[in-house]
Design a protein around this ligand. Structure first.
Ligand SMILES: NC(=O)c1ccc[n+]([C@@H]2O[C@H](COP(=O)([O-])OP(=O)(O)OC[C@H]3O[C@@H](n4cnc5c(N)ncnc54)[C@H](O)[C@@H]3O)[C@@H](O)[C@H]2O)c1
Length: 325
């Protein structure tokens, strides 16, 4: 199969990830069948796509004649057969529940074309487990998107033991076509690439916070204005080359014994969760949403974040000649 043979995409699950993934395929010019278990969930997903399309248009990232044009390619359905029977590429983004994904993959295979590629957006499960009841495992693949999927460019493309190389190639070509930045992961390891790197940083950040080395605000500001500032433009290995590997080697040798290397979960994080402090959703986390940040402050920050993301997307990833819709 060639990626140019793909015209219809099925997205299964329309939650946080599914609706954003559907939006990216819609703006990439594809017909999208969006599947979920309740009509109200599907309607919410459609409304979220409409709101997000408006932000993209305001930022000059889509020059679509109208939302109707893009949304006209979207079909909402609670019928799995209808969702997948004509699709050449299927993305599963239902809850991270192994039994649910196993049952869904088995049903999908009974309804879809024998050539369709079936991709999972799982964060932590393997294709071996998810696809245990799938007969043709050669067409299974993981495409691991990042939240918010309509904004974050990278998608990790993970090859399972039985995935055909052709499936990896077609998937990467398709992702490039919809202006995403696929990264090939040659074998399944827990956390793939990015979550492993992110967790290594989280362990150190939580330890510094727990030891009172700096306040939450200062830790966030320090990372944002230094490594965060750099990493949006150049990766960690190029950063090392630019800084000089001899210097990096000495600094690493001196600091590595000092860095947190416990294999136990973070105490401070567990304490906060046990006290009911789950972040924005409970009103308190590392910040107090009321004392440190009012609802208006937070909404303003999120709006500015999204505008910054959109500008960065435009400057770093969306080439002017490919800005066709
Ligand atoms: N949220 C993230 O940051 C993130 C990032 C990367 C990957 N993921 C992965 O993406 C997947 C989806 O995560 P999410 O955050 O969008 O979850 P979510 O809870 O927001 O959405 C899951 C959706 O699946 C639907 N669903 C449940 N059972 C279903 C069924 N039988 N058939 C069809 N739909 C069903 C739910 O109604 C819901 O709309 C998970 O595998 C998760 O690990 C999430």
């Amino acid at each position: 199969m060639n990626f140019e043979d793909i015209h219809i995409i099925a997205v299964l699950g329309s939650g946080t990830m599914g609706h954003g993934i559907a939006q990216v395929f819609l703006t990439g010019g594809y017909r999208v069948m969006l599947f979920d278990i309740e009509e109200s969930i599907l309607n919410t997903a459609k409304a979220r796509i409409e709101n997000s399309l408006a932000l993209f248009r305001d930022a000059g990232l889509i020059e679509s004649p109208s939302d109707d044009h893009v949304l006209g390619r979207l079909s909402l359905t609670m019928d799995l057969k209808q969702a997948v029977e004509e699709a050449e590429f299927i993305v599963e983004a239902v809850s991270e529940d192994l039994a649910l994904k196993q049952a869904l993959f088995q049903q999908v295979e009974t309804h879809c074309s024998p050539d369709a590629i079936i991709a999972s957006n799982t964060s932590s499960l393997t294709l071996e487990k998810i696809g245990v009841r799938v007969k043709n495992k050669k067409r299974l693949i993981i495409t691991h998107w990042f939240n918010p999927p309509q904004l974050v460019p990278t998608v990790e493309v993970v090859k399972g033991d039985e995935t055909m190389d052709e499936v990896v190639g077609v998937t990467c070509d398709l992702l490039v076509k919809i202006k995403k930045a696929p990264v090939r992961i040659n074998r399944e390891i827990p956390g793939f690439l990015v979550n492993r790197i992110q967790m290594a940083m989280a362990r150190e950040v939580l330890d510094l916070y727990e030891k009172g080395i700096a306040s939450a605000e200062d830790i966030d500001e320090a990372v944002k204005g230094s490594i965060g500032f750099r990493l949006a433009s150049i990766g960690p290995l190029l950063t090392m080359d630019l800084g000089g590997l001899d210097i990096w080697s000495s600094v690493l040798e001196n600091l590595i014994p000092e860095i947190q290397h416990s294999t136990k979960p973070s105490k401070v994080l567990k304490q906060l969760v046990d006290q009911g402090h789950k972040g924005v959703k409970s009103g308190k986390g590392f910040y107090d949403y009321g004392m440190d940040l009012s609802k208006g402050d937070l909404e303003g920050k999120i709006k500015r974040r999204d505008q910054e993301f959109l500008n960065r997307l435009k400057n770093l990833y969306w080439k002017p000649e490919s800005k066709d819709e």
